[in-house]
Design a protein around this ligand. Sequence first.
Ligand code: FCB
Length: 443
Amino acid sequence: MTDAAPLSRDFVWGVSTSAYQIEGAVAEDGRGASIWDTRCRTRGGVWNGDTGDIACDHYHRWAEDVALMRDIGVGAYRFSVAWPRVLPRGRGAVNQPGLDFYDRLIDGVLEAGIEPWLCLYHWDLPQALDDLGGWANRDCAGWYADYAAVVARRFGDRVKRWITFNEFSVFTLFGYAIPWAAPGITDRAAHLKAIHHVNLAHGAGVDVVRDLVPGASIGAVHNRQAVIPEHNDPANAEAAALLDEHWNLVFCDPQFLGHYPPRTADAIEPHVQAGDMARICRPVDWFGLNHYGPIFARVDESRVWRYGWGDAPADSPTYGVGWAVFPDAFRDELLTITRRYRTPIVITENGCGGSDTPDENGAVNDPHRIAYLTLYHAKMREAMAAGADVRGYFLWSLLDNFEWGSGYGNRFGIVHVDFQTLKRTPKASARWYADLIRHNQKF
Ligand code: FCB
């Protein structure tokens, strides 16, 4: 908890999840396959061969999960819609039972007094579209816009907070250049095309939602982390600079400033058509920031762009599953965004993984997570005092869930999930977050 003065009553306190990570029910009610269903069935795709087939079974247990959120006292819930549940083949025929699921969920969330924040894309591209080239195919931007229109038409009467994409750079870099995520391609040209086509899709998505949803508040979620040369070695400086572009700039700069950053601009030019930059640079209402910790980059000749992930300094503090903890980098990132893009910010993800297990009484204590969150909240406050216009904070995540690379081996929830019985148990951090929210709403 914190002794700091309460924040404004309008400050949004929420939790985040995503469809593939919690829903399960991958073959129910007409859902089509996504690239993550495929990835989970690829040898070596995910740790331990884990899949999202059942995940948290949220598809059937959503009412229990909404009740958990209400008990914690969150004001907002950020979730994603699974494109292949709505359009099983990615385009064409709409699957009504898929839309009906989100109807029930949205109504349940609203009845609990919680505001739904709907993310249109959290990485689960329909497999049928990947078969046509996925994001490396320019047509994918149009397919995405059509999908966004189906969702906006159906839910725009009740949902006013819209997110076009989650973490553009992660799914493009790891999907098309460094094969750590679906679809797992390793190809410079495919990566550059994917960057540009996803940017076009974002711009089209903003326009579609703006047209169809009166009063919509629209943002996109960017993962931004400082990229630091490993060992501060000048030999790693160029690797870090290029990774910084691919990770932090190739989406934010075109979307907010209307141009690509210098190292990428020439390389991407062959894929850019007249009028594209204006299509991408559409006004949004806020900047969504996902942040965990900085990246240390090194030269890696075996990788397609000749950079790779390096090690944090040996004396760095780590929590949970070993991610390095650098709260100052969080404050600095908030201030960098403020200076560079001059926009209000919503922190759409921040949190800490671990291998939390219940004790002999069934309680789940996660002091490492509480310590991490306490430090990061203090830095958010510092950034706000220094001029960052932060409007909300969403904790990742409500539930332990399917983690992309590490399956069920890395628990990020403030609610523990027993993946055998699917029983939910709020952890100590859920009580900590409930107190933090209550404290901040005291006036
Ligand atoms: C982010 C993802 C989210 C989750 C957290 C731990 O990169 O957006 O789905 O995996 O990391």
